[in-house]
Ligand binder design. Structure first.
Ligand code: 5GP
Ligand code: ZN
Length: 117
């Protein structure tokens, strides 16, 4: 738990969110500023800053976060594919330092992953 972490506050219900799924370990909720017609995130409830802070002790939790992705994507109407993004650190342009998996999709293909220079 981290008292000033915005996603910890969402996990504790102190900040409202548009929930997609919740169980004892993980929470999925819609992004407040979506960049695709469907854009939600899956997070662990326990604070973990990012993949740099994850190790093999987190194997089961990481598996659960990804293992739920397909089911939750389908539940939001993404029956024909979606994109997962995990931003890590400064180079990864991580804005919120609580691990989250973005799930993005919509009726149209999302285009290439990154713009080629
Ligand atoms: P990052 O850049 O760290 O991978 O993504 C953080 C995401 O969290 C952004 O897409 C941003 O829109 C979203 N976000 C930031 N604050 C809030 C919030 O209070 N509620 C929700 N639902 N999403 C948030
Ligand atoms: Zn947190």
């Amino acid at each position: 738990m981290s008292s000033d972490c915005i996603f910890c506050k969402i996990a504790r219900g102190e900040i409202p969110s548009k929930k997609v799924y919740e169980d004892e370990d993980i929470l999925a909720f819609h992004d407040i500023n979506p960049i695709a017609p469907v854009h939600f995130m899956i997070i662990p409830k326990r604070h973990l800053a990012n993949l740099y802070d994850a190790d093999m002790n987190h194997q089961a939790l990481l598996g659960k976060l990804l293992g739920k992705a397909g089911e939750l994507a389908r539940s939001q109407g993404l029956a024909d594919g979606f994109r997962t993004i995990i931003n890590t650190g400064r180079i990864g342009h991580q804005e919120v330092y609580h691990l989250h998996i973005h799930i993005l999709g919509g009726p149209e293909p999302l285009g290439s992953m990154l713009k080629r220079k």
